[in-house]
Design a protein around this ligand. Structure first.
Ligand SMILES: Cc1cc2nc3c(=O)[nH]c(=O)nc-3n(C[C@H](O)[C@H](O)[C@H](O)COP(=O)(O)OP(=O)(O)OC[C@H]3O[C@@H](n4cnc5c(N)ncnc54)[C@H](O)[C@@H]3O)c2cc1C
Length: 420
């Protein structure tokens, strides 16, 4: 799987061997596409699931082989050519067709007559002195997670920079091992970008209750080291937190370099329409690398970093490559496991102007329902799978739940769904 030879056969080239890239390949085959399909990935591993890297895999509850999205023989059975360790450095398009030639960093050429970009995202780097010290870790791929899993048992004081999902999940795993854990967040609440204040407050309390420290409104100015290894995290107020392991989870940057070289329109991500077509309609893109119209508010463009989005957008992209009927877009959903807390999110809460708390956060089982212009747009369900399912169902039907009724925990949420 690791060697690339000069290819003479055309077919579809999928740049990116993640959830989206593999999803496009599978959807093409499922739709009866018989021409060659080549999937290329930078990484040494065949396509795998990233979510467990900050959860079960990091906690030592899952083996590496269970991370794989498909077993090796799947690629053979579906006649998919998977090229790992294959960095597509350049792509030149033919002038008179949708085809072209891609070149890997090893200098091999891959000809294609259909192109899909599923290049994902890279972790945002913390731009402070000391970022390259030993013991400073990011969490995006299997090598990152392996390294962190090896370092955790020898660590005593862990500082997690970033109070988003990945940082909080890693903090929960480290705290579960009994380590001294401090989460440092620049904003004045956790999950500031993605959740309402009651959810932020709930997670702060939950992590503190489980023994972690949470510092809000705190900016890291430098990582201090001794003998090449990290020894502390310096904050803007001069405080230094001792640390022998620092985990950085401050978001991602979509990988758009190839798209830019191809002259495709890009914002933060590769701009696609609701058919996953880029500004060159012959080229599709899917997953974390894209920026797409909001499903409810199409004049707004959004980046969605989730398995569900990568998988569903991949199906849409494959349909566009084949000029087939466009599959219906599913309701966006997401999850996060932190210690014994399972958060499930249905819909997109961004731009909410009102919210309702259903249940009592102190019981660690409650739901926040988000509204915009009086219409239900999303919910965060904490240890509350029934509420999650009800909201997902309501959103799929384009229905709503009256905010006044939603307070009433005596009535199952699914009985409160109302057509608009
Ligand atoms: C630790 C962690 C936890 C997460 N937890 C959750 C969760 O709980 N729930 C959830 O929904 N989502 C979660 N996510 C997000 C989710 O995993 C991603 O949204 C999803 O994997 C994106 O898939 P993708 O295929 O778009 O991108 P990626 O998985 O990033 O794949 C991109 C692929 O492109 C390849 N590539 C890039 N450039 C090139 C090039 N030039 N040439 C060749 N190949 C290239 C890369 O090697 C890679 O194979 C998590 C992510 C991480 C890192």
């Amino acid at each position: 799987m690791d060697t690339v030879t000069t290819e003479t056969e055309t077919g579809t080239l999928i740049v990116g061997a993640g959830e989206a890239g593999l999803g496009i390949a599978v959807a093409l085959r499922n739709a009866g596409y018989t021409a060659p399909v080549t999937i290329t990935g930078l990484e040494a591993d065949p396509p795998y699931q990233r979510p467990p890297l900050s959860k079960e895999f990091l906690a030592g509850e899952m083996d590496e082989e269970n991370l794989l999205l498909r077993a090796d023989d799947f690629y053979q059975d579906k006649d998919l050519r998977l090229l790992t360790n294959a960095h597509i450095e350049d792509i030149v398009l033919d002038e008179d067709s949708a085809g072209g030639t891609a070149t890997t960093s090893a200098g091999h050429a891959i000809h294609f007559d259909g192109l899909a970009l599923a290049t994902g995202a890279s972790p945002r780097r913390l731009p402070v002195p000391g970022g390259d010290l030993d013991g400073v870790c990011y969490l995006r791929d299997i090598p990152d997670a392996r390294r962190l899993r090896t370092l955790l048992p020898g660590a005593t004081r862990v500082v997690v920079v970033g109070g988003g999902y990945i940082g909080l999940e890693a903090a929960a795993v480290a705290r579960g091992r009994g380590l001294d854990v401090t989460v440092v967040e620049t904003f004045d609440r956790l999950l500031q970008r993605v959740a309402a204040p009651p959810i932020s407050e709930f997670f702060r309390t939950a992590h503190e209750k489980r023994g972690a420290k949470v510092l809000l409104g705190a900016s890291v100015t430098a990582l201090r080291g001794s003998a090449g290894s990290v020894s502390g995290v310096e904050l803007s107020d001069g405080m230094v937190l001792p640390a022998d392991l620092v985990i950085i989870g401050i978001g991602v940057e979509p990988r758009i370099e190839l798209a830019q070289k191809l002259g495709l329109d890009c914002g933060r991500g590769i701009i696609v329409d609701d058919a996953a077509r880029t500004s060159n309609p012959a080229i599709v893109a899917a997953g974390d690398c894209t920026m797409q119209p909001h499903p409810l508010y199409p004049t707004e463009s959004i980046c969605l970093e989730s398995v569900q989005n990568a998988a569903d957008q991949a199906k849409v992209a494959a349909a566009s490559l084949m000029d087939g009927p466009r599959p219906e877009r599913a309701v966006p959903w997401f999850w996060s496991n932190q210690a014994d807390i399972r958060l499930q999110i249905a819909g997109l809460s961004m731009g909410f102007d009102d919210y309702v708390i259903r249940g009592e956060p102190g019981t660690e089982q409650f739901t926040v329902l988000y509204y915009r212009d009086g219409r239900l747009i999303a919910a965060d369900a904490v240890n509350n799978p029934h509420d999650f399912m009800a909201v997902k169902r309501a959103l799929a039907k384009g229905a709503t739940i009256d905010p006044t009724d939603a307070h009433n925990t005596g009535l199952p949420l699914k009985t409160l769904i109302r057509e608009i």
